[in-house]
Every structure is written in structure tokens, then in C-alpha cells.
Design a protein around this ligand. Sequence first.
Ligand SMILES: Nc1ncnc2c1ncn2[C@@H]1O[C@H](COP(=O)(O)OS(=O)(=O)O)[C@@H](OP(=O)(O)O)[C@H]1O
Ligand SMILES: Nc1ncnc2c1ncn2[C@@H]1O[C@H](COP(=O)(O)OP(=O)(O)O)[C@@H](O)[C@H]1O
Length: 206
Amino acid sequence: MNDEKNIFWHQVDLQMEDYKKLKGHTSLVVWLTGLSGSGKSTIANHLERLLYSKKIHTFLLDGDNLRHGINKNLDFNPRDRKENIRRIAEVSRLFVDAGIVTIVAAISPFQSDRDMARRVFRTGDFIEVFVDCSLDECENRDPKGLYKKARSGEIEEFTGISQPYEKPKKPEITVNTEKNSINKSVDQLMDYLIPRIKGISYRRED
Ligand SMILES: Nc1ncnc2c1ncn2[C@@H]1O[C@H](COP(=O)(O)OS(=O)(=O)O)[C@@H](OP(=O)(O)O)[C@H]1O
Ligand SMILES: Nc1ncnc2c1ncn2[C@@H]1O[C@H](COP(=O)(O)OP(=O)(O)O)[C@@H](O)[C@H]1O
């Protein structure tokens, strides 16, 4: 690791305000956290499509997908999860700086790691979304058969089974995918986000 001693900040001409002017709206990160199978990817996908249809510039970073590339060398022990979250936060910050509404879907099970991610952003730009769903229901859904493998011991250190999931202490918003439909959760998110993505107007019926 470098100690940043001989490393400099270069001034660039274009700033946030310039990107905002071109894109027509401000940017932030929507950080979805929750158990495997809670619905992070599903909600993230629907949310992104809806934002896109409103001409909002978006990008979706899914933890699972990033683990095929930039986070390929990381495992699921707490130390590697921390590094995973640090990288995802730094990458999303670059997207947010580029004026893009960035959606992250990552289990991000530890409060301290989510707090670290929050600190990467300007105040108000980090929207922590708790995708709430009981372990029982996630295990019932088991869309990828991972809980079955975790129960049999084939997968170690599985969140909720052999590693903890720390519920967010003060998320900006909670969506409950056990009680509510996908559309209801996405509407709830849109209602929260739209006033915070300045420069665009939105009515549900648009
Ligand atoms: N041990 C263990 N624990 C949890 N999850 C596991 C594990 N092994 C593989 N997988 C798959 O990896 C996906 C989670 O990756 P993340 O980068 O989101 O995890 S974390 O934020 O670093 O905790 C997770 O995706 P989701 O099910 O979409 O959450 C799984 O598909
Ligand atoms: N109300 C709901 N909201 C979100 N997902 C739901 C809901 N009801 C059932 N599901 C299903 O639960 C599964 C959630 O999987 P996924 O989105 O991959 O979760 P995660 O990304 O958190 O692992 C999907 O198969 C989805 O269709």
C-alpha cells in the first residue's frame, strides 16, 4: 500500500456541476444491502429500468457480478468482504462523480463496512437501503440453491448461516420484500429518490 506521500491530486477543469448540466440531474448512490435471496438484484434491476425510462443516467453494480472481475481475487471471510465493499464504494464514487445515479446490490453484511462505504461519499449522496426479508423466507426462495449448499456444509462462511448479517442501524430506507411486491418496493424507492435527484420531475403515471 502506498502512503500517499509522493502522490498528488491533479486539478481537472470539469466539475460535478458541469456533468450535472449535461446530464440534467444530480447523482447519488443507492446502496442495497440484505441477505442472499432477499431481492437486492431483482429490486436493483427494476429500479434501474424505471429510472432509465425517466431518462436518468444510471449504472448498476452487482456484488455477484463484480466478483467475476475486479473482485475476483476476494473470498468471503470478513477481511475480504471488507475489501470487496471498499472497492465497490470507491468504484461507485467514480460513477457518482461522473454524474451517474449508481445502484449497488451487495450483501455488505457488516455495519462497519457500510459505514466505511458511506464515508467515501459526500453527505446525502449515500442512500443505504435495507432489503428486509427473513432468513426463513430467503432460504425458502433459495434462487441459486446456495442455502442448501450452506446447510450441507458445501459452502462455508455463508451469510445468515455460518456468518452474521448485521441489520442496518439507520438505513435511509427499508423495503420489505417479504410483505411487499417488487413494484411496491420500487415505487417506495422512487418516491424517496426522485426529490433527491435534483433536476428532474416525476409523476408515477408519467
Ligand atoms: N459464503 C457466501 N456468503 C454469501 N454469498 C455468497 C457466498 N458464496 C457465494 N456467494 C455469492 O456471492 C454473492 C455475494 O457477493 P457480495 O459481493 O454481495 O458479498 S459481500 O457484500 O462481500 O458480503 C451472493 O449473491 P446474492 O445471493 O445475490 O446476495 C452469492 O451469489
Ligand atoms: N417481493 C419480492 N421482491 C423481490 N424479490 C422477490 C419478491 N418475491 C419473490 N422474489 C424473488 O426472490 C428472489 C430474490 O433473488 P435476488 O434478487 O437474486 O436476491 P439477492 O440479489 O438479494 O440475492 C428472486 O427470484 C425474486 O423473483
